[in-house]
Design a protein around this ligand. Structure first.
Ligand code: SF4
Length: 438
């Protein structure tokens, strides 16, 4: 059987043109995907479990799903303050139940943007977000800038599907109609194919953006070099930006995690706003996990805030740096956790990991990762976009429906597990009365 128009559930590009050959419920070939996307389909059996695993009396044992969910509900009910974390590699439908559980339990809920584009999210709430869709980029953009990101390695089809190479409505000659600028601290693979590459000194992005904005606003630059870039080159880049027909600035963690964080992003967004006095210009975050954008969206629909939401007072609050997952763990403010489709043990700071490992936590994930290994309860699930359908948001905030390619009768989906936990918590009126002082 050939399944067409399959959406790749790997990175924020959500390429929706994959063609997959399935024989007897086995994935045989994957066409059109890059190597990252293809591996998600072809190696979907790697690091999988068929049964939940719980740790009791120091020993791990396999149990059935009903028992594992029952134990998870008891663990959450008996905790005073819980943290829900992850959500960027699952469907919007599952995320919705995550937010409902956090609200019901008066806990904290956060997604992985807290450790990637969190500063960007804070910034666009401050200065706005003059963005566009990837379709606009394909059809109109004649100047592409990648700042602090390396899509040839992290989003391999970004250039071929949306930015540099495709032939669009007003870019009929494809890459012949476009220029590419790369700004980075090292000469990445993307930098090697750029029309112009600026090697910036680490942590000097704010200075370079400010210099560009000064020139745009009619001031003259006196210094010979700024952020390691020669004065003439800065003028040349600003000229390229001003004279293009439609420019787009894509930025990654090389910009968000540099000194200044959200202030640097404020400045970069303001640069794009300034450029719109001369020409049409847009800005867009390069989102990593395939549905990290969706986690921001669904959190915001339901609570009003895109990440780091605190329900402990019975109503949603938001204060990144105080209510984000890393902070509530490092400050030992939670005594249980529910980790969904994420692996914080492998990438959180030491203090946060130390506390996470000292409290009982539940891990719901299709793959058995490092966080699953140390979980009190591990519940395996279906892979969204491979074994179950679901909705996700592309990096340009376009919702896309992911398809199911093969059957997996052994496992429930993330959505089913979270829904079951939520409904069993709701059934327990005592918990609700106690928490809400009814
Ligand atoms: S670019 Fe991203 S979404 Fe597209 S095929 Fe590769 S990994 Fe999948």
């Amino acid at each position: 059987m050939i399944v067409t128009d399959v959406v790749c559930p790997f990175c924020g590009c959500l390429c929706d043109d994959l063609v997959i050959e399935v024989d007897n419920n086995e994935i045989k070939t994957v066409r059109n995907a890059c190597r990252l996307g293809a591996s998600k389909f072809l190696k979907h059996k790697k690091n999988r479990k068929k049964k939940p695993i719980i740790k009791e009396n120091g020993e791990k044992k396999e149990v059935d799903f009903d028992y594992a969910i029952d134990k998870a509900v008891k663990l959450l009910k008996n905790s005073t303050r819980c943290l829900l974390y992850g959500f960027s590699s699952t469907s919007n439908e599952a995320i919705e139940y995550g937010v409902k559980i956090a609200e019901l339990l008066r806990g904290y809920i956060d997604n992985t943007s807290t450790v990637c584009h969190g500063p960007s999210v804070v910034s666009y709430q401050t200065v706005g977000y003059p963005s566009c869709t990837l379709g606009d980029v394909k059809n109109r953009a004649d100047l592409i800038i990648y700042w602090g990101c390396n899509p040839l390695n992290a989003h391999p089809r970004h250039l071929s599907r949306y930015t540099l190479y495709p032939r669009g409505l007003f870019t009929e000659r494809g890459f012949l109609d476009r220029k590419l600028i790369v700004i980075d601290v090292r000469e990445t693979d993307t930098a090697k194919i750029a029309t112009k590459f600026l090697r910036i000194e680490p942590n000097k992005d704010y200075e370079l953006v400010s210099a560009m904005r000064s020139i745009l606003n009619g001031l003259d630059i006196q210094q010979d070099t700024i952020a390691g870039i020669k004065r003439d080159e800065i003028y040349e880049i600003v000229d390229m930006m001003k004279s293009c027909r439609y420019g787009v600035l894509f930025f990654g963690m090389g910009l968000t995690q540099t000194y200044g964080r959200d202030r640097t992003i404020d400045n970069a967004i303001s640069l794009v706003i300034d450029l719109n006095r001369y020409t049409k210009f847009s800005i867009m975050m390069m989102r990593g996990h395939y549905n990290v954008t969706g986690s921001n969206q669904v959190f915001a629909w339901l609570s009003g805030f895109p990440y780091a939401v605190d329900f402990t007072r019975g109503y949603p609050r938001y204060n990144p740096g105080e209510t984000s997952a890393v902070d509530v763990l490092s400050n030992k403010e939670v005594d249980s956790a529910l980790i969904i489709a994420a692996d914080p043990v492998s990438n959180f700071p030491k203090e946060a990991i130390r506390h996470l490992l000292s409290i009982p936590y539940i891990n719901v994930d299709p793959f058995y990762n490092l966080s699953s290994k140390y979980a009190k309860i591990y519940i395996p699930t279906k892979i969204v976009g491979v074994e179950v359908e679901g909705t996700a948001y592309r990096m340009d905030n376009i919702p896309i429906r992911l398809r199911k390619v093969i059957e997996n009768e052994d496992l429930p989906s993330d959505e089913e597990v979270l829904k079951e936990i939520y409904e069993r918590l709701i059934e327990d009126e005592i918990v609700i009365k106690e928490r809400y002082s009814i």
